[in-house]
Design a protein around this ligand. Structure first.
Ligand SMILES: [Zn+2]
Length: 434
């Protein structure tokens, strides 16, 4: 894509003037992106570095456990058991540098190809550049590529050009495993608190955050890396952070370092839900954050459950009229063997409670509105033991289940009792106008 804006044009021009990767930068990549490796076979070891194959000196097990030194190239090899004869791997490698007023990330692909009998062949090619203007605006330069989750295939013959509509932004957010340790940083990023440590944050996110948000600047200077990481990842604006800012200031004032930003924020949201004072260190700086968080999660869970039950009850009342039309004539049926009492569930609320007590779906699956079945509850001393569904077509037992849909020790006794009294239901069905 041709550079269009003034900013893009300037970046494209400066990009052409960037130095080629230097010898020390190359050496660092080759020495650090891959471990020197030897493939251990039954009798020999293949050194992937120089291509030599040599015999075990101190036995295979020793080589596998301790690694070996290649007699060919003298390198200390990490050993892997493998019979493969070829090896290929690539790694992203980033150089952090500057150009005029811009902070620049240059992402290279370092590849290593090995074959038995020949020394390893390395290649380093530049794939992407991210340019950050002092105001945080960003321009991406890159070659063309087919990217997938399994591999990235760059076309090294394509030009390094301005690219990146927002839809494919991800493609340009290379997060390399390896960063050249000698980095150059613009004065403005230094002034905004960046001292060379990324704190596990993607460089692109950290740079944008520090250039665009004064809140993020405060966080990095106050060593609140947990919160810095959370908000950088989410591309949070100052407005997003505002909601928590008073609480964060209290943490900073109390030298309370938030290690896990997302847990802390969840916790503050819970405090807000329970109308706690989030400007009070007693709440926002808990000695054991995890424990305090979990306690409030539990509390919230109970409130949610209670609300859900209220909802169910409300709905149940609304459905009761329809229920009475369908099952009205069976209301009041009850029988007992002296130990177990069985009764028809008389209204929809009873379905709700039966489902809650036995933790099954008698209510949520709308059994109360099924025209051809009837639900009974078997109870001992008033407590539900099993729930029974009877077919109103042939008066057989369709199901009979206790807590969590399991059967209980009373299962056969209950079924027997129901079958003995099934005529009560049959008679009601035959009654007219009930
Ligand atoms: Zn070697």
């Amino acid at each position: 894509m041709k550079p269009k804006t003034k900013l893009q044009k300037r970046v494209a021009e400066l990009s052409r003037k960037l130095n080629k990767i230097s010898e020390p930068q190359k050496r660092w990549a080759l020495g650090n992106c891959f471990d020197p490796t030897g493939y251990v076979r039954s009798k020999t070891i293949w050194c992937l570095e120089c291509g030599n194959t040599f015999e075990h000196e101190n036995g295979r097990l020793n080589a596998q456990l301790l690694g070996v030194v290649c007699p060919g190239c003298g390198k200390e090899l990490k050993t892997v058991t493998s019979r493969r004869l070829k090896y290929e791997a690539s790694e992203y490698y980033t150089i952090v540098t500057t150009s005029q007023e811009f902070q620049v990330l240059r992402h290279f692909v370092v590849s290593k190809k090995c074959r038995v009998g020949s020394p390893a062949v390395f290649e380093i090619n530049e794939a992407v550049q991210n340019w950050f203007a002092p105001d945080g605006k960003r321009v991406n330069m890159s070659r063309t590529a087919i990217l997938s989750i399994y591999y990235d295939s760059w076309n090294w013959r394509s030009d390094m050009e301005v690219r990146g509509k927002s839809a494919v932004y991800l493609k340009y957010n290379v997060f390399a495993n390896y960063v050249y340790p000698r980095i150059k940083v613009t004065d403005i990023l230094k002034r905004n608190g960046f001292n060379g440590d990324f704190h596990g944050i993607m460089p692109q996110q950290l740079f944008t955050s520090l250039l665009q948000s004064s809140r993020m600047e405060t966080l990095i200077k106050a060593k609140q890396y947990g919160l810095l990481k959370l908000f950088a990842k989410e591309h949070a604006s100052d407005a997003d952070i505002e909601r928590y800012w008073q609480s964060i200031k209290i943490c900073i004032r109390n030298n309370y370092i938030v290690e896990d930003g997302s847990i802390w924020r969840d916790y503050v949201n819970l405090l807000l839900f329970f109308n706690k004072d989030i400007n009070n260190a007693k709440y926002v700086c808990p000695a054991d954050l995890k424990q305090a968080h979990d306690r409030y999660v539990e509390k919230k869970h109970k409130v949610d459950e209670k609300r859900a039950l209220e909802e169910k009850k409300k709905k149940a009342l609304e459905e009761n009229e329809q229920f009475l039309k369908l099952k009205g004539k069976y209301i009041g049926i009850a029988f007992s063997d002296g130990n177990i009492d069985v009764k028809v569930l008389d209204n929809v609320l009873e379905y709700v409670f039966e489902g809650e007590k036995l933790n099954h779906c008698v209510y949520v699956s709308d059994y109360h509105l099924k025209p051809n079945s009837l639900i009974l509850s078997a109870r001992i001393a008033g407590k539900p033991v099993e729930t029974i569904e009877i077919s109103l077509k042939d008066f057989s037992i369709l199901q009979c289940r206790g807590h969590n849909n399991q059967t209980t020790e009373y299962h056969s006794q209950i079924k027997e009792l129901v079958n003995r009294n099934i005529h009560l239901i049959r008679e009601r069905k035959l009654m007219k106008g009930a």
